[in-house]
Write a protein that binds this ligand. Structure first.
Ligand code: ADP
Ligand code: MG
Length: 457
């Protein structure tokens, strides 16, 4: 029971209107950030409530919390959300001009600012003008916390690398007395190390890391070449999963099928529909109005199955996804974990099935090498600096490692959950028959025999 625990509980209920913390991890993170004695690193999956880990402390603590977020759209979402809860939050960015901007500046320059949270983009954080604003806030002892959301953007190992995030380390160093909080849903060991190093979090940083284990997800791998008709198999699988769900009284069940190419999305969606399972294709080649329509049809439950490229899923938060099927191998373990993890967000049982073939493995491996070569030559054109070349190299290596791990996931007779845990440097979880290897080892072995005999090579 810390000194502020009463205020934390009270604000949780009255301001955020939550009865409880979502998890003990969330609670401990909130308490530690509120205390403000140490820098904090928080890695929790999307939807687990990371925002509360700094928003609640921002209210309980005195002064202004500075929040760096990568996109104006994300900032806008947060501000609307905070506004509904009557929490005074503002943003400074290039689109805020004139009187609005002056009013915000006047407030944060005043003796007792009403603003509790100030959201900015990483580009702004790097400007001299903003740094002097920060100094002015800090010199009056009003800079409460520095928060870096989506902190994986600092890492070349991650998917959304943003060069401007690298400059945030300077901000941290300029205000050594202000506690810093970094949050992300991407938790590979490489990314974590990059975040701690690049953002210059102070030792010893307190780390709150959720286990990557999703006990309600059943993972399985099916060898495509052993199937007479893979799409028919997919249809049977999807129908069974959705039927079981209906028998259990949930009529909102739906699924996602991921395909590697746009053409495959269309072919598979059409075929599934003809086989009696209404499905729609979604990919970046569709007109944006049509794409939105497809997404809405799926979100609102008019079409149960969406067949998509990986461009689908970001920011789509549907809890009742009962299955995620990868009709082709994903490009990385990190990506596969994220995509398959869109299943079962409601905590109820859900299935993740990957259709594997060595031909497709070779195709994807080839594509990754090509992308690496392309990135390398681009980088060389742009600059001769040795360090930059190294960074691309590092990113390339990470892609290959992550892909190789996914191949192992498919080709080894090891608990699927433990392979995932190992990739994320987690302890091996208690699978409890939540994967095909643990549940039906004989069948999995039989399938693998084909690989060993070279029938499929
Ligand atoms: P993340 O940033 O980890 O993806 P968010 O902070 O956006 O997650 O929160 C995801 C959802 O969880 C939001 O709708 C939020 O209101 C809700 N949430 C957060 N904390 C709690 C809680 N203690 N109880 C209930 N819902 C919560
Ligand atoms: Mg978030």
């Amino acid at each position: 029971q810390g000194p502020k625990s009463h205020a934390i509980q009270k604000n949780l209920k009255t301001v955020f209107k939550f009865k409880n913390f979502k998890s003990s991890l969330q609670q401990r993170a909130v308490e530690t950030v509120t205390t403000g004695k140490r820098d904090v690193f928080i890695s929790m999956p999307t939807g687990s409530g990371k925002s509360l880990c700094y928003q609640l402390p921002a209210i309980v603590r005195s002064g202004i919390t500075l929040v760096v977020s990568p996109l104006l759209a994300l900032i806008q979402d947060q501000l609307e959300h905070l506004d509904r809860m009557k929490i005074p939050a503002q943003t400074l960015n290039s689109q805020i001009q004139g009187e609005k901007r002056l009013a915000i500046l006047a407030d944060i320059s005043s003796k007792k600012p009403t603003t509790k949270l100030l959201y900015i983009t990483p580009e702004l954080a790097a400007t001299n003008n903003f740094q002097s604003i920060c100094h002015s806030i800090a010199s009056r002892n009003l800079l409460s916390l520095i928060v870096i959301d989506e902190a994986h953007c600092v890492s070349q190992w991650g998917h959304d690398f943003r060069p401007d995030y690298l400059k945030l380390g300077n901000l941290r160093v300029k205000f050594p007395q202000v506690p810093c909080v970094a949050l992300t849903a991407t938790a590979t060991p490489h990314v974590q190390k990059d975040i701690l190093d690049s953002l210059k979090l102070k030792e010893p940083t307190v780390i709150f890391k959720a286990s990557c284990f999703r006990e309600n997800l059943f993972y399985e791998v099916v060898f495509k070449d052993l199937l007479e008709d893979p799409v028919q198999d997919l249809k049977n699988f999807a129908t069974k999963v959705l039927q079981k769900d209906e028998e259990e009284g949930d009529m909102n069940g739906c699924g996602i099928v991921y395909c590697r190419t746009r053409e495959a999305c269309t072919t598979v969606a059409n075929r599934l529909t003809r086989l009696g399972l209404p499905s729609q294709a979604y990919h970046a080649g569709l007109k944006s109005s049509h794409r939105l329509q497809v997404q809405n049809d799926w979100v609102d439950g008019r079409v149960p199955v969406i067949v998509a490229t990986v461009s689908f899923g970001m920011g789509v938060d549907k809890a009742t996804v009962r299955f995620v099927a990868h009709f082709n191998i994903a490009k990385s373990m990190a990506g596969y974990y994220q995509e398959s993890g869109r299943a079962g967000r409601d905590g109820r049982p859900a299935s993740c099935r990957l259709y594997y073939s060595r031909d497709e493995r070779n195709q994807v491996a080839y594509l990754i090498t090509q992308e690496m070569a392309k990135a390398k030559s681009k980088e060389q054109q742009r600059s001769q600096e040795a360090s930059k070349g190294k960074q691309t190299n590092k990113h390339g290596k990470a892609s290959i490692q992550s892909f190789e791990c996914l191949v192992k996931f498919c080709e080894e007779e090891k608990c699927r959950h433990s392979v995932i845990a190992n990739f994320f440097d987690d302890r091996p979880p208690n699978c409890n028959n939540s994967c095909d290897v643990c549940k039906s080892p004989a069948e999995v072995r039989k399938q693998l025999e084909y690989l060993k005999r070279g029938v499929m090579a």
